[in-house]
Design a binder for this molecule. Structure first.
Ligand code: G6P
Length: 624
């Protein structure tokens, strides 16, 4: 999993590639590199271990110049992060340079063959075989050589290739890994995603599997591997050029948390406009007959998107009365699920490129399920393989820790469950009216929650130095607890566990002591009284407690507080409160998410962590 970018035109390639790589760092950032073809027809390469900033620094002391270049930001899979293993990789003669995102599964076998033929390798990567294969097949036609080389490969890849002997060209090709070609005037681009080059152009070709793009400064030709021309419409990127920048916020994550009121509005637009009118979800691509005959819904996803899937499962059973399951994508295939007739699989993914999710989708399709996906990035691999796609309309999400995408995934699953309930006639008009009215108020409620950021920050200041946290929830807010804990651990590195509050006595209660704080989700609803019980048990064991509760709740702040306790004992102190505006319990995961995102954000910021690029994590995991 890596990011690639390339430029061919009349301006200096290094600057444009560096800017693009900066926007792709979410795809990996353990090392980086650039190759250009110089004016005197040589390939010149710079590589570093570290982030794009380190590459930028190297270029200051050792500049690169050229109007054709390819760049790479790496997340190591084969071979540790090192200068040798960083991309671009070169052929033996140093005339061909390759950047790659993906995994070449048969690289060992190819490498042995190429070594036997006399090629010398300088890295431990799978990628390097591609540089040598192209060298082997090159006879003056770079595109033809790339096509021949690709036929030898098994696995997933997107490549950018330049050759000092074909200086007016760049070739790009993909299979399973994302790739776009950006179109300019006298200049063209390649990139792993649109965000990387949006500043330069809003016109792109989204490249499909086994398609090849030949770029010159003045034109782009798309063909299949047999060089038959491919017709592709130009896709116009629907978001503005500055959407991928921080816009005055300290971190992308903070910006994205704050984008939620608008994003919620955009997600609801055209789908829900009036509490008394049916939900409109045309892109779902399911007839009323199909919805009525559904026998099971299986949700699958990874990470944060899986937590949204757990909310979807709950809503599907509770509202639409359809048996539902939710599985981690990496686990779904392993259990070889029994797929009955009329089973729907709902795949959830921000990027649409997560490898495990894609594999689960294919498996469910093969077993006969219809597959609908809930996605953010347009025209991704998952989108192309789904029977229907509902876009969450979040705009680009750059922060590795997902925030606005999670909120909108839940919101979209609320819309789908309500739509199913409506079509199947299983929810009362009052219930539908109440839930739709609450969803329509969400943009405003999200803003209210953001306006309370200083209160959340004050709580973060009290807790950010503690080493451990327990997040407890029940029912539809169990996923909120899991997600709250995930947010906290992934960016602040505080060890945080999300648990069903009902399971507390079966283990986690052993962790309760003053250095472990608990975040208890105790909004009003079916499980409220039980949450009160849990809070009492925590306070009785001197556990510090933050509660998420409805505005005006007078009970929770003092629940479990022991006025006789020693003044140094937290049992005697009122609970810290993250207040949320009251909403029906079935839509509360949307409101609960926001203060928990802010809490994690501020705790991590106070600890001075790399919030947008937490250690060892990547935004899009395109390997299994
Ligand atoms: C990575 C990201 C998470 C994300 C997960 C699934 O782990 O860091 O934020 O939830 O992948 O990604 P997807 O793009 O499929 O939603």
């Amino acid at each position: 999993m890596c990011g690639i970018v390339g430029y061919i035109g009349f301006r200096q390639a290094p600057e444009i590639c560096l800017a693009g790589l900066g926007r792709l760092e979410y795809r990996g950032y353990d090392s980086a590199g650039l190759a250009v073809i110089t004016d005197n027809g040589q390939l010149d390469v710079r590589k570093v271990v570290g982030k794009i900033a380190a590459l930028r620094e190297l270029l200051q002391s050792q500049p690169l110049a050229g109007t054709i270049g390819i760049g790479h930001t790496r997340w190591a899979t084969h071979g540790k992060p090192s200068v040798e293993n960083s991309h671009p990789h070169l052929s033996c003669d140093g005339r061909i340079a390759v950047v790659h995102n993906g995994i070449i599964e048969n690289y060992q076998e190819l490498r042995s063959r190429l070594e036997a033929e006399g090629h010398t390798f300088t890295s431990q990567t799978d990628t390097e075989v591609m540089a040598h294969l192209i060298e082997k097949y090159y006879d003056g036609d770079l595109r033809a050589a790339v096509c021949r080389a690709v036929r030898d490969l098994q696995g997933a890849f997107a490549f950018g290739v330049i050759c000092a002997d074909s200086p007016g060209q760049m070739v790009a090709v993909r299979r399973f890994s994302p790739l776009v070609v950006g179109l300019g005037d006298g200049e063209n681009y390649i990139a792993s995603d649109m965000g990387a080059i949006r500043k330069e152009t809003d016109r792109v070709y989204v490249i499909a599997d086994d398609e090849v793009a030949l770029l010159t400064p003045d034109k782009v030709e798309l063909t299949d591997l047999d060089l038959n021309p491919v017709d592709r419409e130009v896709f116009v990127i629907p978001w503005p050029a500055d959407a991928a920048e921080k816009g005055g916020h300290k971190h992308f994550m903070h910006k994205e948390i704050h984008e939620q009121p608008d994003a919620i509005h955009a997600c609801l637009a055209g789908r829900l406009s009036d509490p008394d009118k049916p939900i409109v979800l045309e892109d779902l691509n399911m007839s009323e007959r199909e919805i009525k005959s559904l026998r099971k819904v299986v949700f699958t996803a990874c990470g944060t998107a899986y937590h949204a899937g757990l909310v979807g499962r709950f809503l599907t059973e509770k509202l639409a009365r359809i048996p539902a399951e939710a599985d981690l994508a990496a686990e779904l295939r392993a259990r070889d699920p029994v797929v009955l007739d009329n089973t729907l699989c709902i795949v959830i993914s921000q990027s649409g490129e997560t490898a495990d999710t894609l594999v689960a989708l294919r498996d469910m399709k093969e077993k006969g399920a219809k597959v609908i996906s809930v996605l953010n990035v347009v025209d991704s691999s998952i989108a192309r393989e789904s029977d229907g796609v509902v876009y969450i309309q979040a705009g680009p999400e750059i922060g590795v820790a997902s925030t606005k995408a999670y909120t909108l995934q839940i919101l979209t699953l609320e819309l789908i469950a309500l739509h199913f309930a409506e079509v199947r006639g299983v929810a009362s008009p009052q219930q539908l009216h109440e839930l739709k009215s609450a969803l329509l108020k969400m943009p405003e409620l999200a803003q209210t929650l953001l306006d309370r950021e200083e209160d959340v920050k004050a709580i973060a200041a009290k807790y950010y130095q503690k080493p451990n946290a327990l997040y407890l929830g029940r029912g539809i807010n169990l996923p909120s607890a899991l997600e709250g804990a995930l947010k906290m651990k992934e960016i602040s590195y505080i060890h945080a566990e999300g648990y069903s509050a009902g399971e507390m006595k079966h283990g986690p209660i052993a962790l309760i002591e003053p250095s472990c704080f608990t975040v208890a989700i105790a909004v009003h609803g079916e499980v409220y009284d039980k949450m009160i019980g849990n809070i009492m048990e925590i306070k009785a064991r001197s556990g510090p407690l933050i509660a998420v509760a409805d505005d005006g709740d007078e009970q929770i702040p003092v629940t479990g507080v022991d006025p006789q306790a020693d003044p140094d004992d937290v049992a005697g102190q009122p609970n810290d409160m993250l207040w949320v505006p009251p909403v029906p319990e079935l839509v509360s995961p949307v409101t609960v998410a926001i203060p928990l995102q802010l809490l994690a954000y501020h705790a991590a910021d106070m600890r001075g962590e790399h919030i947008d690029q937490p250690r060892n994590l990547a935004k899009t995991v395109t390997v299994e």
